[in-house]
Design a protein around this ligand. Structure first.
Ligand code: ZN
Length: 153
């Protein structure tokens, strides 16, 4: 049994996060919480992220510009109102839940799709509906387009 010196320890999970790598507000609104957790725990390679974005672009008949380098990830419209996504190259999740992982790719792509559909994006209910749709359609067993020659483990 652990005794705390002060009586002020709040019941928190993962340094305040209900789901590692996801905003609490998004997690609470989601109806795909199990899958959300699984996807944020699933590392993805740069190449597989590219493949997944191409597949989602085909499905949604859009064309997303993909950049790498943003440590946290970003998605939506660029300054010329073109769909774009920026992702970290470092595979994750790291100890703080960051890095390139399936859940981040789907989260940022949900921003792209919400921009395409509604010309605006945020972390509200409409965003979470789009995100949940992506989690359903693309967050299952992820299959790369090409068979692997090497285990990148
Ligand atoms: Zn976001």
């Amino acid at each position: 049994m652990i005794a705390f010196a002060t009586g002020r320890v709040k019941p928190r999970l993962c340094a305040g996060r209900l789901c590692a790598g996801e905003y609490n507000g998004v997690f609470r609104k989601s109806v795909q919480r199990d899958r959300l957790r699984q996807c944020h725990a699933k590392p993805i390679t740069v190449r597989d992220a590219h493949d997944l974005i191409r597949r989602m672009d085909r499905h949604y008949k859009t064309s997303t510009r993909v950049r790498f380098g943003n440590r946290r990830g970003a998605g939506g419209f660029d300054s010329k109102r073109r769909p774009y996504i920026s992702l970290p190259t470092q595979s994750g999740p790291d100890r703080s839940g960051r890095g390139l992982r399936l859940g981040l790719v789907l989260h940022e792509y949900a921003h792209v799709l919400q921009c395409v559909r509604q010309n605006v994006t945020n972390h509200g209910a409409a965003f979470v509906n789009v995100f949940d749709e992506l989690l359903c359609l693309f967050g299952g067993e992820f299959q790369p387009l090409q068979p692997r020659l090497f285990d990148e483990g």
